[in-house]
Ligand binder design. Structure first.
Ligand code: B1M
Length: 212
């Protein structure tokens, strides 16, 4: 791995937010590509955090400080990630499913959607179906985007879709879902309109759905 990528990786892994910010800034200044930084260093670092947690080498506090370092790095990287070739418009209501507090992937999706020219209404984490409905009604959103990282909370995505049906809003919006445990077949199973494996694919998916 390139030395600057390795340094960012290491800084996130040990949860050093100051060092992460410094290294991300330095890499950007040296001309490093933002998506490369994200895909080859920052996301792999969080994947390694997950592996260490699974193996019992990391506990929740370590996971949390790594996540904070990642978020801080992302804040600097965000504006550089969102330059995009897409020019579609619309409003996207996004949130992490009820019971789920993971928001790094969701934040990345929100950034990419904003960069693609969408207005993004970010409801945060632990979002109930009622909150999604209220936001769709008040914003007139065309898209509902739900993220989930836990096998226990992914089931809540179906609750949101059922609520959209129940309130007569289902035909007005496209629902896209994503997150580590989500698959294309799960999206089909629960009646979502689409699934994006990563944040960079989300705007393309939404554009395709809105054009269809
Ligand atoms: Co938690 N956690 N965590 N965690 N955590 C996982 C998800 C886990 C896989 C770790 C592990 O065991 N290996 C595991 C889930 C197991 C499972 O359900 N099968 C787990 C667990 C168990 C838990 C707790 C239950 C632990 C506990 O308390 N005992 C607890 C749950 C809390 C809750 O939510 N109620 C918990 C807590 C936490 C922290 C708070 C400490 C912290 C989150 C901090 C935060 O987000 N602000 C945390 C972290 C950091 C992780 C890992 C290590 C990293 C997640 C991450 O940010 N990845 C994670 C392990 C892992 O994923 N390997 C783990 C980087 C991020 C860029 O990737 O979010 O997948 P991701 O997003 C990707 C794609 O999935 C996609 O785009 C992104 C890439 O471009 N994507 C979308 C995401 N959302 C999308 C939406 C879309 C489209 C694409 O459209 C709408």
């Amino acid at each position: 791995m390139d030395q600057s990528l390795q340094e960012i990786y290491d800084a996130i892994l040990v949860g050093d937010e100051t060092l992460t910010k410094e290294k991300v800034k330095a890499a950007l200044e040296s001309g490093m590509d933002a998506s490369q930084m994200m895909n080859l260093s920052m996301i792999p670092a969080m994947t390694e955090v997950g592996v260490r947690y699974e193996q019992g080498d990391y506990y929740i506090p370590e996971m949390l400080i790594s996540a904070i370092a990642m978020q801080q790095g992302l804040e600097i990287l965000g504006p550089h990630l969102t330059e995009s070739e897409y020019s579609s418009m619309g409003t996207v209501v996004i949130g992490t499913a009820k019971g789920d507090l993971h928001d790094i992937g969701k934040n990345l999706v929100a950034m990419m959607m904003e960069g693609a020219g969408f207005t993004v209404l970010d409801l945060g984490t632990d979002v109930s179906a009622e909150k999604f409905i209220e936001a769709v009604r008040s914003s007139g959103a065309e898209v509902v985007a739900i993220s989930a990282l836990l096998t226990t909370t992914m089931e809540y995505m179906k609750v949101v879709i059922d609520k959209l049906v129940e309130t007569g809003l289902r035909d007005q919006v496209k629902v896209i879902i994503g997150g580590a445990p989500i698959t294309e077949s799960y999206a089909q199973e629960i009646g979502a309109d689409g699934y994006a494996a990563d944040a960079s694919r989300a705007p393309k998916l939404v554009n395709a759905l809105l054009e269809a």
